[in-house]
Design a protein around this ligand. Structure first.
Ligand code: HEM
Ligand code: NAG
Ligand code: NAG
Ligand code: NAG
Ligand code: NAG
Length: 242
């Protein structure tokens, strides 16, 4: 029967077929191939969108992605052309696309900012095709992660923990309602209690300029430290203009 026939295949033939299949897989699916392409900074620089016969490549944390399908962003004249042909990891959180701002160094950034860069790498993994590694700060000439990359990943993990802890902390104190309109400007209010500004921990405040948040406090909570009243707003007003 069919099963008997299968079992009767010569092992040599089976192995040959298997090896051929694996070879095909590796050829057509580079993702399965651990021998990724390694780029030098100079090679990567050729892929900045000026040469139509080369794909547009972008490096982030030393991972290189083909972003040709995002040509409108990354090609010549695109708003994010500065990211093409290089690793400008820092600019993903600094927003500084000029001169020395275009660096792969994350020196001095907070853990939550470093987490931001790692999240951008996740965006590229999801959205574009991974093509290899840039030899330099994040990968050595063997393609192994450097201690700098391991440090960045550890710091990002600490940033994630910190944000998680902050989220739990903020859940304990209800946030203000808020609205904003062109004519009337901004307004915050509390259904229960009184609006106060609360400073976030420095490490979180550094990112996104979200240094303070508005939360609602009951009258007997108002004595606790670190609560800032809105300018021009009564001490016991449930609504303040901002
Ligand atoms: C730190 C600052 C910023 C960074 C690093 C950044 C980065 C990026 C990148 C890499 C893309 C392309 C994403 C892709 O491949 O699809 C993008 C798209 C976009 N960005 Fe930003 N951005 C920044 C600030 C801003 C600001 C301030 C605005 C608006 C006021 C903005 C508006 C947009 C829009 C609308 C798109 C999508 C464009 C489209 O799909 O056609 N970005 N951004
Ligand atoms: C793109 O890279 C080439 C080769 O490195 C360089 O000559 C050219 O000035 C770059 N163009 C832009 C817009 O960055
Ligand atoms: C563009 O890239 C192709 C393929 O690598 C190369 O042969 C050609 O010389 C490049 N053109 C320019 C203007 O650099
Ligand atoms: C960008 O970074 C460079 C070098 O760190 C600095 O000189 C420049 O002032 C920065 N520009 C902006 C707009 O932050
Ligand atoms: C670096 O990579 C090589 C080959 O890719 C591997 O054999 C070696 O064990 C790696 N070294 C370290 C320290 O991870």
């Amino acid at each position: 029967m069919a099963l008997k026939k299968l079992v009767n295949f010569s092992p040599l033939f089976a192995i040959t077929v298997f090896v051929a299949l694996v070879a095909l897989l590796l050829k057509f699916y580079p993702k399965f191939n651990s021998q990724q392409k390694l780029f030098t900074a100079e090679q990567l620089a050729l892929h900045n969108g000026t040469n139509d016969s080369l794909p547009i490549l972008l490096g982030i944390l030393g991972s290189v992605f083909d972003v040709t399908k995002g040509k409108s962003h990354y090609g010549p004249g695109g708003g994010y052309n500065h990211f093409a042909g290089r690793d400008a990891s820092r600019a993903f959180v600094s927003g500084n696309f000029t001169g020395d701002g275009l660096t792969d160094s994350l020196h001095g950034l907070s853990s939550t900012e470093v987490k931001g860069v790692v999240e951008w790498r996740e965006f590229y993994i999801r959205t574009y095709t991974y093509v290899g590694k840039l030899v330099g700060r994040y990968y050595d000439s063997q393609g192994n992660a450097t201690k700098y990359l391991k440090g960045v990943e550890a710091k990002a993990a600490r940033g994630a923990q910190l944000l998680e802890k902050q989220k739990k902390e903020e859940a304990k104190q209800p946030s203000c309602n808020s609205r904003w309109s062109q004519d009337e400007g901004g307004e915050v209010w509390c259904d229960v209690g009184f609006p106060r500004l609360v400073q976030r921990p420095l490490e979180i405040a550094l990112t996104g300029k979200m240094s303070k948040r508005c939360a609602c406090f009951t009258e007997d909570q108002l004595g606790q430290g670190g609560l800032e009243t809105y300018e021009g707003c009564d001490f016991l007003s449930s609504r303040c203009r901002v």
